[in-house]
Design a protein around this ligand. Structure first.
Ligand code: T6T
Length: 350
């Protein structure tokens, strides 16, 4: 009976997402027809050349399995299309100063046709990226965006060719629904987050808060920011468990916050008593789900994001196509019931 409910819930959450994705797709098509949401590329659009040699540069946010998987997708598509892909050194810290330093060094060294970057802060990266765009280099933001991510109407930050990444607010709301189901729609829950300045994390937390607010018998006791440090996440979760011994659920919003909160639950022996819903399908979190130590894992599609970024940008240069201002691959949800299903394996990060 319990299992039936879980399966039913799993499919209803997937249906919710499928419906949202269908509506988003329909909206994108309407926008496309009206041409307001699509932008041409300055360098790529006019005078397209199908044989053009292209060099793209990827500047990831931090060294983690999400970005290394995205790189795999980029490399595969770049090889298929005969594009040179240069990958900048992975920063060990999620930090705008570190990222800007890497970015400026690499731009000077590589002078690419296009830059793929995951801005680690939605405001601080606007100026450095604008300067790069003004040099004639196309900017594509992958995973995170600058400003509010709306590149379709003119603004200080609408110069990127496109944003390729998740709908993080939607994901946050879906995680709230899943966690609510897991805890029987009542009790205290906690959100272990990472960086408030990153659009991805801010979106997930916003969506989660909105989602949880729909459940009158669930109390969100707090949101903690670990700044992408797994040990800090573990300490923050332990501290929350001390203050709220009756906690029933945790949402870990990305690799480091989710892995840190999962370790805190293991350490305190609260596996099962506190339900854990984790974002990002790392081998660590999937292994934990297989052993029954976490309850749900959301997988983004980083490889697909990487492929789409390379494909659309190459098409813009070589075929002069207008690029959609947003490309949103969906999510997959790993549960106890499907985690061993071979069809789910491709969604584990590499
Ligand atoms: O969750 C991903 C990514 O989507 C987010 O923007 C930053 O954190 C991760 O890289 C995981 O560590």
């Amino acid at each position: 009976m319990e299992d039936c409910k879980k399966i039913d819930f799993f499919f209803s959450a997937r249906r919710t997402f499928a419906l949202a994705a269908a509506l988003a797709g329909a909206a994108a098509l309407v926008c496309g027809a009206l041409s307001g949401c699509f932008g041409g590329s300055d360098r790529g659009g006019a005078g397209a050349d199908k044989d053009r040699q292209l060099t793209f540069l990827f500047v990831p946010g931090v060294n983690d399995p999400f970005y290394t998987t995205m790189e795999t997708g980029m490399r595969a598509k770049a090889e298929e299309l005969g594009v040179e892909l240069v990958v900048a050194p992975y920063p060990e810290l999620w930090n705008p100063d570190v990222q800007i330093r890497v970015l400026e060094e690499q731009i000077a060294k590589v002078d690419p046709d296009a830059l793929f970057i995951s801005p680690v802060a939605s405001d601080v990266l606007i100026e450095p990226l604008k300067r790069i765009h003004e040099r004639g280099i196309q900017v594509v933001t992958v995973d995170t965006f600058i400003g509010d991510g709306d590149y379709s109407s003119p603004s200080d930050y609408s110069f990127p060719l496109t944003y390729v990444g998740s709908d993080n607010e939607l994901g946050g709301r879906l995680m709230a629904e899943h966690l609510a189901e897991l805890v029987g729609q009542k009790g205290k829950v906690f959100c272990q987050a990472s960086n408030p300045d990153a659009s991805s994390i801010a979106g997930r937390v916003k969506g989660f808060k909105e989602g949880i607010a729909q459940y009158p018998n669930i109390e969100l006791v707090g949101v903690a920011w670990c700044l992408d440090d797994e040990a800090v996440a573990e300490r923050q979760t332990l501290e929350t468990l001390r203050r709220h011994p009756d906690l029933v659920g945790i949402f870990g919003v990305n690799v480091f916050s989710a892995q840190g909160s999962y370790r805190a639950i293991l350490e305190t022996g609260l596996t099962g008593a506190v339900k854990v819903a984790s974002w990002d399908a790392t081998p660590t979190l999937i292994g934990a789900l297989e052993r029954g130590e976490v309850d749900l894992v959301l997988a983004q599609k980083p490889a697909e994001m990487g492929e789409l970024a390379v494909e659309w940008t190459a098409k813009s240069f070589r075929e002069g196509v207008k690029v959609p201002k947003k490309a949103i691959p969906g999510f997959e949800f790993f549960t106890r019931d499907n985690v061993l299903d071979p069809a789910m394996r491709p969604f584990v990060y590499r």
